[in-house]
Design a protein around this ligand. Structure first.
Ligand code: PLP
Length: 463
């Protein structure tokens, strides 16, 4: 008997929240209901989501960076349905597949000189775990260095490279010998490396939490220091890679040559989970150095045909549609439009980013009445103000965005890379309107602010 999935979906349409409340993460349901994000989406195409009423939403979150091509791209769908129709052998394990060889070759055409081997896995965090293990094994050192405020995933190894208390608390002890240094601090990096006992420095070229940009000399100099002290320089491009920042890799902005590049998210085409590590051949050859070690690291589903086909199709679309260039152009347009607003709005402090990885900073205003309102929110919960931007962006302008991290007043845009002129105008006008509303005290946005503050205070009391 076959299952008619469309019938099943139609029969249960609208039960999403009830099912999740009952069987999955109840707190997530609570969050979505509290901030008014409890829409039922029934369709998605490109950069847009559609709810049961047919309302169109512009998605600037893109599944945390998964949907670089937008959703349901026909080229990826065709590639995946070709695989399904072809009755290909998959995951034979005592075999090596053609599709993984082809995807490896395609990715390595895009990586900086010196990287000539690929390792595939199923997610970003698995790529980070591989980098930790490969670095320890090949250097015979145990220490791993990362940056404060970094995010590399949430499994135990990658969580050990995450300084954020909220993620770590209650899950410790984590991996030993993992130390944080400030981002953009070459002196701290050299001090940490000079004992020649650090296996790897794992760094996001642009930090996802807060969208922190490196100084122009930071990454090239960090790579040079790592080389000098025998430490692997690992670029975590899981969020920044595949065109996100207006270059294929973010490290290309600074012409950096790492020992490993980690990738995931966008490589999936938005369909099939995948992670990968591009590396120097000597690393691969040291880890897999004997026949009895041929499977010393890996994962059952790694290199599955669907993931490999999605990866090949994704790179094809990125090239074909000029998405890297579009990310640079659309990103510049948004950044310069927001920059021009900073003179008009007291709360709006700065905008920064590269390509379509953009952060908008809010901070305390000058005038007395606004300052009182700001202080009220900050006292309830640091970083609450930016929800007064993201919530109306969503409820009034149908734009889905995110806050850039815990405890910071930073709104982040991480949209699909295919934004068009209509989208950028939509974003700029909506932002202008919402920020203008924030400056009206009293006003409807500050009514929302009061509600958010009271929720935050209640949560504080009960914790
Ligand atoms: C820079 C970076 N590294 C690693 C990860 C973890 O990836 P995943 O969620 O696929 O495990 C993320 C996810 O957001 C990320 O942004």
């Amino acid at each position: 008997m076959s299952i008619d999935l469309i019938d099943l979906l139609n029969e249960h349409q609208g039960e999403n929240f009830a099912l999740h409340e009952k069987h999955l993460n109840t707190q997530m349901v609570k969050v979505l209901k509290t901030i008014g994000y409890d829409r039922v989406y029934t369709k998605a195409k490109g950069q847009y989501l559609y709810d049961t009423n047919g309302c169109e939403y512009l998605d600037l979150l893109s599944g945390f960076g998964v949907f670089a091509l937008g959703r349901n791209h026909p080229t990826v769908i065709n590639a995946l349905s070709d695989v399904l129709k072809a009755d290909l052998p998959d995951l034979v394990q005592m075999d090596v597949s053609l599709l993984s060889g082809l995807l490896a070759e395609k990715i390595l055409e895009k990586t900086p000189a010196g990287l000539s081997k690929m390792f595939f896995c199923n997610s970003g965090t698995e790529a980070v775990e591989a980098a930790i293990k490969f670095s320890r094994y090949t250097t015979k050192r145990s220490k791993i260095l990362h940056c404060e405020h970094s995010f590399h995933g949430l499994t135990l190894g990658s969580l050990s490279l995450n300084g954020e208390k909220v993620f770590r608390e209650g899950f410790e002890p984590l991996l030993p010998d993992c130390n944080a240094i400030p981002f953009n601090d070459l002196k701290a990096l050299e001090e940490a490396l000079q004992n020649k006992d650090v296996a790897a420095f794992i760094v996001e070229p642009i930090q996802g939490k807060g969208v922190n940009l490196p100084h122009d000399d930071y990454l090239p100099e960090a790579a040079r220091l790592c080389k000098r002290y025998g430490t692997h320089f690992v670029a975590d491009e899981i969020q920044t890679g595949l065109g996100r920042t207006g270059r294929f890799w973010a490290i290309d902005h600074w012409d950096v040559k790492p020992d490993m590049i980690l990738m995931a998210k966008a490589l999936s085409g938005g369909f099939v989970p995948i992670g990968a590590v591009a590396m120097k051949s000597e690393i691969m050859e040291k880890v897999f150095n004997r026949m009895d070690r041929a499977v010393v690291h890996g994962s059952t589903f790694a290199k599955n045909n669907m993931a490999m086909a999605a990866g090949l199709a994704t790179i094809n679309v990125i090239d074909d549609e000029g998405l890297v260039e579009n990310a640079a152009t659309a990103g510049n347009e948004i950044i310069s439009a927001v920059e021009s607003m900073t003179t008009r709005y007291e709360f709006l402090k700065a905008v920064r980013g590269k390509g379509l990885m953009i952060a908008i900073d809010f901070g305390p205003p000058q005038s007395f009445s606004l300052k009182t309102a700001w202080n009220l929110l900050e006292a309830a919960n640091k970083g609450l103000f930016c929800q007064m931007v993201t919530i109306p962006l969503f409820s009034k302008h149908r734009i889905l965005s995110q806050v850039a991290g815990h405890g910071m007043n930073v709104v982040k845009f991480l949209p699909p890379l295919n934004l068009n002129n209509k989208d950028t105008t939509w974003i700029i006008n909506a932002l202008d309107d919402v920020i203008a509303d924030c400056h009206k005290v009293p006003g409807s946005v500050w009514e929302l602010g009061k509600t958010l503050a009271s929720h935050a205070l209640k949560a504080k009391k009960s914790s």
